[in-house]
Design a binder for this molecule. Structure first.
Ligand code: PLP
Length: 399
């Protein structure tokens, strides 16, 4: 029985949860929705660490906060900014990682439900879908979701309940048409969920294009400083499915910690300036690298040569993101040696931080990966684009 006077899903927030239409997302994010600490009037929010809260004499919880596993004010503050950024009318739910967020969506389905997932997607989630999801009784088909005819053909009437897409998709940066895929999903009575990690709300807002759920590894560009592991689910409609995802976070204890939520909140204040520089750097690099004699192909949705360019132009704004990949004519060994020789680029996995990262992707994804062995994945940061170019080209040329 829930305690008297308590509504655990709707704690009162010490900060504004409404989104004033008057100000742009950039302004609202810069001020973390303008919250002022009610005790000190500080413009930087406190980190709420308490795991438990005083119960009222009448046995209720008038603050709305009961226990730290479902609720924390610092977490809710970051969630309010995320909901604002994504135009998420149902709100946003923060998880302890991107994987915890994504898997909660699949766990909210019923055994026997059919899922359409991309052939090219974040490898650890593809692996989870190919292995663990089966044990939950879910049927998963990996489909070329960039081809809407292939998606239509993969629908199992009355069984397909979720189409999951990732755009741009890791690590080939293919583009899936969000509006067209949402249409297919809805006609089949299914939902569309979009992993929008590499687009971020700076470039794309999937819920406004018809998606039902948007997911981010907030570990990446939303935080932007490679010091937080976090995930988020944001929803358009507060329906039973969305409530179930909330319940899964609560009952499985997959909430993000307050300190991480605080760092994420701080990171999101500069999302717009980081993303502007990162996507500009990525575009300049892609254009220069495309001319290089040692590079077979540059994969970047901002290039006219990219097969998804036209769809990307339609559904992305402010540029085409901070991720690109290059394939070297010298093959796998040339790629591995290039990654070994760079000095400014950091040889590491992950993406979205202010520092640029380079990775030989096939060797981390392992068997079954669609990633070609001659590919280097580049996460472009905010450094001087001339320095990034010079360092990379010197590494490619060195013998
Ligand atoms: N989705 C994408 C596109 C990713 O790149 C990642 C991680 O690299 C994830 C999901 C998983 O996020 P996390 O590492 O926070 O669990």
């Amino acid at each position: 029985m829930s305690p008297k006077g308590n509504d655990q899903n709707k704690p009162e927030h010490p900060f504004p949860t409404e989104r004033p239409e008057k100000w742009s997302k950039r302004s609202l994010a810069a001020q973390a929705l303008g919250s002022i600490d009610p005790i000190t009037k500080g413009i930087t929010p406190p980190i709420h660490l308490s795991t438990t809260y005083i119960r009222d004499e009448d046995n209720g919880y008038s603050s709305g906060y009961v226990y730290g596993r479902p609720d924390n004010a610092t977490v809710h503050e970051a969630e309010a900014v995320l909901a604002m950024l994504e135009d998420a009318d149902a709100g946003a739910i923060l998880f302890s990682s991107g994987m915890a967020a994504a898997t909660a969506v699949f766990q909210a389905l019923e055994p026997g439900d059919h899922i359409i997932a991309p052939k090219v997607m974040y490898w650890a989630l593809r692996h989870w879908l190919a292995t663990e999801a089966k044990r939950w009784g879910l049927l998963v088909d990996f489909v070329d979701v960039e081809n809407t005819d292939a998606v239509k053909a993969a629908i199992l009437p009355n069984k397909t309940k979720l189409i999951w897409i990732e755009t741009p998709s890791n690590p080939l940066w293919g583009i899936t048409d969000i509006a067209a895929t949402a249409d297919i999903a809805h006609k089949a009575g299914a939902r569309l969920a979009v992993d929008s990690t590499t687009a971020s709300p700076y470039h794309t807002r999937p819920l406004n294009l018809g998606a039902d759920i948007v997911m981010h590894a907030a570990t990446k560009v939303l935080n932007g400083h490679s010091d937080v592991v976090a995930g988020v689910i944001a929803g358009k409609v507060a329906d039973t499915f969305f409530e179930r995802i909330k319940m899964i976070r609560k009952s499985q204890g997959a909430i993000i910690g307050p300190f991480e939520a605080y760092l994420l909140l701080r990171g999101m204040r500069t999302l717009h300036v980081r993303q502007a520089t990162q996507s500009m750097n990525a575009m300049v690099l892609a254009q220069r690298l495309e001319q290089d004699a040692d590079i077979a192909v540059v994969l970047y949705p901002g290039l006219h040569s990219h097969p998804g360019h036209e769809v990307a132009r339609k559904q992305m704004e402010n540029g085409f993101g901070y991720m690109l990949s290059i394939r070297l004519k010298g093959g796998e060994q040339a790629a591995i040696k290039t990654a070994a020789r760079v000095q400014l680029w950091k040889r590491a996995t992950s993406l979205g931080g202010v520092e640029s990262l380079i990775e030989h992707r096939a060797s981390i994804e392992g068997a079954g990966s669609p990633c070609p062995p001659d590919l280097l994945r580049l996460s472009v940061g905010i450094e001087s684009v001339d320095d990034l170019y010079t360092d990379l080209i010197s590494a490619i040329r060195a013998k």
